[in-house]
Design a protein around this ligand. Sequence first.
Ligand code: WQD
Length: 334
Amino acid sequence: MKILITGGTGYIGSHTLVELLNSNYEVVCIDNFSNSKPEVIGKIKEITNKTFTFYEGDVCDKNILERIFNEHTIDAVIHFAGYKAVGESVKNPLMYYRNNLDSTITLLEVMKKYNCKNFVFSSSATVYGSPKNLPIKEDFPLSTTNPYGTTKLMIEGILKDLYISDNSWNIAVLRYFNPIGAHESGLIGEDPNDIPNNLMPYIVKVATKEYEHLNVFGDDYDTPDGTGVRDYIHVVDLAQGHVSAIEHILKEPGIDFYNLGTGNGYSVLDLVNTFKKVNNIDVPYVIAPRRDGDIAACYADPSYAKEKLGWSAHKDINDMCKDAYNFVKRTKGL
Ligand code: WQD
């Protein structure tokens, strides 16, 4: 079985590539390094002691996709490649719509031409907007509050219409909650090319004294300690969810949507205090004003993924904090 993975040197893509190789899939990867580094390729090979085929390129480029499908018989595709920073998408919506939609439509057109109709899509819990109830189930109302989230919702709609037009497609849409942590080897992890938007990479930079303190965006939410609550999931658990999704769509026809979360909600201060405890390090913080667009609480009901994919998360918040810090210690030689 040969799997094409787009964005396979990125944070979630690289961890999924490792799990696919560990599960004895052959892998072809395309990435343009817009939010990742070339050395990740060697790290993946070091972790798995396996090789894979890599193409440097942009998924919007039909020619390189044609080349890949001409040179390989691709059985299924996992599509990670895309821009994913909420704040950046608000400032530059056209760049997000162009890149995220164009790359996906181009990829699907080439897949159709080569009769490859097994597709796993990297979506996000952001499509649920501000949920009225918790935990979140897959049939909850969908709405978005930023262009990044809207690209995910639009692509979900494209996939639904594609399936209606041709029900020989087999599609799994995976709605991620908040992925954090790193591979236990410390060789790959979350390594954003610019100032982090997300909580955990920011905590790590404060712990390594790159930043003086963390700004906690609001402590007046309707949550146990007033700070935002999220469903943090270990990136390796998330990666294994993609392997389960591939196995499922290769057996079961159709299109379906799955929450990939743990079902547990943790606040900002829960995460900070756990990180400090398991890594025995200080993480100074100050309470700052709320961040525009943030919601109070969001966590998954992951039971449908368990029922249909036979998948559930196993790693806990301590593992996530330990592995996140272990990665940055390795990469920075601390
Ligand atoms: C988590 C909590 C913040 C930074 C986003 C996207 C989502 C997905 C994950 C791509 C919130 C608080 C954060 C900081 C803080 N991305 N926070 N200080 O916003 O839940 O989700 O990233 O798929 O689509 O929407 O994640 O890590 O930014 O924030 O207090 O410096 O941490 O207010 O409560 P978020 P996050």
